[in-house]
Design a binder for this molecule. Structure first.
Ligand SMILES: CC(C)(COP(=O)(O)OP(=O)(O)OC[C@H]1O[C@@H](n2cnc3c(N)ncnc32)[C@H](O)[C@@H]1OP(=O)(O)O)[C@@H](O)C(=O)NCCC(=O)NCCS
Length: 168
């Protein structure tokens, strides 16, 4: 699938973004650009119209996960020296309320996972982690094969599963 997002920059209009979750609205309006400047996170946006209005976005950061938090079925064949396993954190994903329910969330998720597949060709990545904001978000990610990590509230999907499941 062709990439549908662009890296967030000054030309994008994000001040009116509203997805219904205050944390995610405030993030794109006020914090995303700062996080980019500080090399903490990359933010990808989907835009519509000449005024470059942001209708959806997601963030990616490098991350690692303690091997003990992953299911033994996944880790048993990995060398014991790898205590922290390399992952990508898909920290936030949101679609403006006016555009929800039209397939954009799915397209953004596939766009993000495609980028993770590309990254995994040049950098070791065992899985993509998400940090769902609430039970609705958990259901959304579950429908794409993400698995809840007991205790942390986070979810994961392995790069191998992404490769098998999604047309990349
Ligand atoms: C969750 C969110 C990103 C989904 O985006 P969307 O554009 O409305 O979703 P889509 O129209 O692409 O739907 C894709 C699929 O997910 C399902 N889906 C959407 N929202 C869902 C939810 N809350 N729970 C379960 N499934 C959901 C849809 O039924 C659809 O399934 P289908 O392909 O089998 O028909 C969007 O509703 C949103 O921004 N919500 C507020 C922020 C949020 O909760 N983000 C979650 C990550 S922290």
């Amino acid at each position: 699938m062709k990439k549908i997002t662009e890296v967030l920059n000054k030309s994008h209009n994000k001040s009116d973004f509203y997805c219904g979750k205050e944390l995610l609205d405030n993030y794109i309006r006020k914090q995303a650009s700062q996080d980019i400047k500080k090399d903490l996170s990359a933010c990808y946006v989907f835009c519509e119209g000449d005024n470059k209005e942001v209708t959806g976005y997601y963030t990616l950061s490098s991350n690692s996960i303690d091997r003990s938090t992953l299911p033994p079925s996944l880790t048993k064949k990995l060398p014991p020296t790898y205590v922290n396993l390399p992952t990508v954190l898909l920290g936030r994903l949101a679609v403006d309320a006016k555009h929800q329910g039209k397939g954009l969330g799915k397209l953004l998720l596939i766009d993000a996972l495609n980028q993770c597949i590309e990254l995994s060709k040049t950098l070791g990545i065992i899985a993509v982690i998400v940090d769902p904001i609430d039970s609705e978000a958990i259901k959304f990610y579950e429908s794409y094969g993400f698995i809840l990590l007991p205790g942390s509230g986070k979810m994961f999907i392995t790069i191998k599963t992404i490769e098998k499941t999604f047309l990349v």
